[in-house]
Design a protein around this ligand. Structure first.
Ligand code: ZN
Length: 279
């Protein structure tokens, strides 16, 4: 058996059905790609091995062994979304991700028990991919919270962060792995509770659903305690942006609604630490 722990980590992911790809490593704060000004040190795909990036991710043991024979220092990354059956919430501790997550959990309830990976500066929370694509939106949900789903990737357990820290499953070795839990409703933009249930005529993805979502976001926002509104506003913008992306809600609808202008002024007030007023 190869002693290369990076290869072993990649193979372990593949055995569990997670598609992997080789990304660059980082040593002494320099990216393996050799560019001194690399924008993503130790985190971007090795083009010679994966010319189409995440699209080349695979569970093939033969391909994975060949990749790591060529680039033994490559970090194993996992293609998120349908490719591996996982949707990952990336919590960046450096950018206040844990505080933002606390606020969301305070409002919507604690996250279910599900595997987590301790990263260089935060955590990756793994959820089951439930056939609902969540747009990969860095920082849109809240500052420090990113979602990785179809078309995205995350460094997997066993990868080495530029700081030297090794990405590791939080439940540790020797304990039974727990199954990936379905993502919470707030993450995938579904109604979070019965209060938000939409009319039976509203079809998910359709115009009726989008309009109901706009109204629902407004109600939720008005019912949110002042201290949590900043995160709540980000969440609302994140979910509505997804409707705009699917054209269920014309972006003009969102921009021109008086609610959005109130949203904008609310943001302003929160930033300036003034009392929050929406009337
Ligand atoms: Zn690089």
């Amino acid at each position: 058996m190869s002693q290369n722990l990076l290869l072993q980590a990649a193979l372990a992911h593949a055995r569990h059905g997670r598609a992997v790809l080789p990304v660059y490593w980082s040593r002494d704060r320099r990216c393996g790609c050799g560019r001194t000004e690399c924008a993503s040190p130790g985190k971007h795909p090795v083009p010679a091995l994966a010319p189409r990036g995440v699209k080349n991710a695979t569970t093939s043991e033969v391909v994975i062994r060949a990749w790591w024979a060529y680039a033994p220092l490559a970090n194993p990354a996992i293609a998120t979304g349908e490719a591996s059956g996982v949707t990952v919430l990336d919590v960046d501790g450096d950018r206040g991700g844990f505080d933002a997550l606390d606020e969301l959990e305070h409002e919507f309830g604690a996250l279910p028990s599900t595997p987590r990976v301790v990263t260089g500066r935060g955590e990756h929370v793994y959820f089951q991919f439930t056939s609902v694509h969540v747009k990969n939106t860095a920082g849109k949900l809240a500052t420090g919270l990113d979602v990785r789903c179809c078309g995205g990737y995350v460094l997997g357990a066993g990868a080495v962060h530029p700081t030297g820290r090794i990405y590791a499953w939080k439940h540790g070795l020797g304990t039974e792995p727990i199954a990936f839990a379905p993502p919470p409703a707030w993450l995938i933009g579904r109604p979070a509770n019965p209060r938000q249930q939409l009319s039976t005529q509203a079809r998910p993805g359709g115009k009726g659903y989008a309009s109901a979502a706009l109204a629902s976001e407004e109600r939720e926002l008005l019912g949110t305690p002042v201290g949590q509104r900043n995160t709540r506003l980000n969440l609302a913008a994140f979910r509505l942006a997804r409707f705009v992306a699917t054209e269920a809600l014309a972006s003009g609808d969102v921009r021109q609604s008086c609610w959005t202008s109130r949203l904008a002024s609310a943001f302003h007030n929160v930033k300036r630490r003034r009392p929050f007023r929406v009337a």
